[in-house]
Design a protein around this ligand. Sequence first.
Ligand code: SF4
Ligand SMILES: [Zn+2]
Ligand SMILES: [Zn+2]
Length: 304
Amino acid sequence: MRCLKCKGTAQIELRQHHAAYCRDHFLDFVRSQVQRSIERLKMCDAADTVMVAVSGGKDSLSLWDLLHGLGYRTSGLHIQLGIGDYSRESREKTAAFAQERELPLTVVSVEEEYGASIPVLARAVRREPCSACGLSKRYIMNRAALEAGATVLATGHNLDDEVATLYGNVMHWQTGYLARQAPVLPATHPGLVKKVKPLHLLTEREMASYALLRGIDYIVEECPHAQGAKSLLYKDALNLVEAQSPGTKQQFYQGFLERLRPLLKDGDGAQLRECERCGQVTTGAVCSFCSLWDRARLVRQPVP
Ligand code: SF4
Ligand SMILES: [Zn+2]
Ligand SMILES: [Zn+2]
């Protein structure tokens, strides 16, 4: 197998692109895919300060590495969820990555900031950990980015993540979620930060190869709560199809972005306002994050 660019020995074959690359040309391919997505969808530019949400996994650390390497002004945000060894190792890997590259990193501990770890919160409110976790992460990411003065928040969702989410949303006809599934969510209110997913066209395998070839030390273990998650089942199902028919995932996702999503109305027209408790943007009097912590009777009154 020969590299498409230099005809040297290829290290990775990308069947969906009918291409194979050597190490250096594969890294170039990933960088150019990311740069193209950023420019085409106007995700960010040199004037932006980009906060990258980093879990310590391959996607988020690779995203930070890519954005920094492409010359964007970046900082990292790591949310300590308090999920045992998984969270400890995530924090160590993230902190080591930032330190080696002398990049600024903000760490928000859910337990220290709000009074309980995600597993304790989830038990208190009798919700699945992923549900309490997802809501808390979305809130903290927006709030931390605003407080840091970042103009853009970038997350490491890759093509496989997006396709699995799309598949789940279609399976259950979650039209509201479908309308909000996008590689760019603009800031529609001064209290909201623009959100972008620069890796949305790169596969999980491509990102694992990128991290490996760049020598990025990331946490390999999944969060223990991910076991049995529907998204993993959907990924397995889609991988079976992809193995027989390379390119299906990309076609499914891009077809959605180009043909269906423009027809969907984003949001239900509800007026955005500030939460009475914390001042963050919401549609009701009290935001869902504050309500969740109220129910857990653990919330500390955050300073608006
Ligand atoms: S698997 Fe669930 S609990 Fe674990 S980090 Fe992801 S959303 Fe949070
Ligand atoms: Zn080459
Ligand atoms: Zn609130």
